[in-house]
Design a binder for this molecule. Structure first.
Ligand code: C2O
Length: 358
């Protein structure tokens, strides 16, 4: 059976039992009687939100002002509003730190990482976050940026997130990495290596190639699961082991989180811990590129006909989110496969990892 969250039984997240947060991550209670299934509407398919690289944001001041204004409004909403910045961050906390028991399996807790749920959950999460931002500034076509870390020009923390007086700023980041070219396979601060930029760039591109191109040409019958993540069904236990994570989640998604998190405060905030990651506006920009990788895997590497796990347990898994009008909605994995159907796409950029030979 598909794995489903028992949202009515939301509890303090496991990771928070140590009191480090003094908070829980449950959203304002869901009224399942008024919760509707997601439906594709008229505006899907023809309103095209185009997500663009964050490093080019200064080329479009109007968009940049909209983005900052929307985030500022989101941050000013009260906690009681599920669209507020802190409640949006809690969505990640609730689904990732075990706030929800698995429906029908009270002894297990739902976790959206390290399995085939990862790509869809995060796509839906951004989908609603983006619609909420658009609603707050009354621009339904507002589109998120993406952190273009697979291109040399995007391999640093994007400037727009570093202006200290901006709503996009977050102090809980690694202060040694603010101007540094990223290491896309970064695992911990102890490495301390100082590779020169050209070599680092070559390594990064090779890593991207391994993540994106090699698996797509493999004839492994399970390559969809290799890329997206392993099966995860009702009753399965997820015990902090990440072996079920697909390539999309491991390379370089995880390293970018670790690269960005604070190097000084205890607890890996913000980007390095599930409960706090969504507090950094950069999280959504990072995930926009992770989502773009899924979309490139589909459209560029598999001509639109991407391999996906053909199981009902996968397709029929669902999550709940609050939409831009603060109404709860139930969304299915099966409706997450096509970004254009969801009304958005990614602006084309050069893909350096497609063209190198090695
Ligand atoms: Cu839910 Cu980047 O993680």
């Amino acid at each position: 059976a598909p794995i489903l969250p028992d949202v009515e039984k939301c509890t303090l997240s496991d990771a928070l039992w140590d009191g480090s947060v003094g908070d829980h991550c449950c959203p304002p209670p869901f009224d399942l009687n008024i919760t509707k299934d997601f439906e594709f509407k008229n505006y899907h398919n023809h309103v095209k939100k185009v997500r663009r690289p964050a490093h080019k944001a200064y080329e479009d001041q109007e968009w940049l002002n909209d983005y900052k204004r929307a985030i500022a409004i989101m941050k000013s909403l009260p906690m009681s509003d599920p669209r507020s910045h802190m409640q949006q961050a809690r969505v990640h906390c609730a689904y990732c730190d075990g706030s929800y028991p698995v429906l029908g399996h009270n002894d297990t807790r739902l976790e959206v990482h390290a399995s085939w749920l990862f790509p869809s959950f995060h796509r839906w999460y951004l989908y609603f976050y983006e619609r909420i931002l658009g609603k707050l500034i009354n621009k339904p076509d507002f589109a998120l940026p993406y952190w273009n870390w697979d291109h040399r020009d995007g391999m640093r923390i994007p400037e727009i997130f570093k202006e200290m007086d901006s709503p996009l700023f977050d102090p809980n980041r690694n202060t040694n990495h603010l101007d540094k070219m990223m290491n896309l396979s970064f695992v911990s601060d102890e490495e301390g290596s100082d590779v020169n930029e050209d070599d680092q760039y070559e390594e990064n591109i090779l890593l991207m190639r391994k993540a994106m191109v090699y698996p797509s040409v493999s004839d492994d019958p399970n390559k969809a699961e290799l890329f997206l993540g392993s099966p995860y069904r009702a009753g399965d236990k997820m015990e902090g082991d990440v072996s079920g994570a697909g390539i999309l989640e491991r390379m370089p998604h995880n390293s970018v989180h670790v690269w960005t998190r604070s190097n000084t405060i205890k607890g890996n905030q913000d980007m390095g811990a599930f409960w706090s990651a969504g507090r950094d506006p950069l999280f959504y920009c990072h995930h926009s590129n992770v989502d773009r990788m899924w979309s490139l895997w589909t459209d560029v590497l598999h001509g639109g006909n991407f391999p996906k796990p053909e199981y009902d347990d996968y397709r029929n898994a669902y999550f709940y989110f609050y939409d831009e009008n603060a109404n709860p909605v139930r969304v299915y994995v099966r409706d997450s496969f096509d970004t254009e159907r969801l009304g958005y796409k990614y602006e084309d950029q050069e893909l350096p990892w497609m063209s190198i030979t090695q």
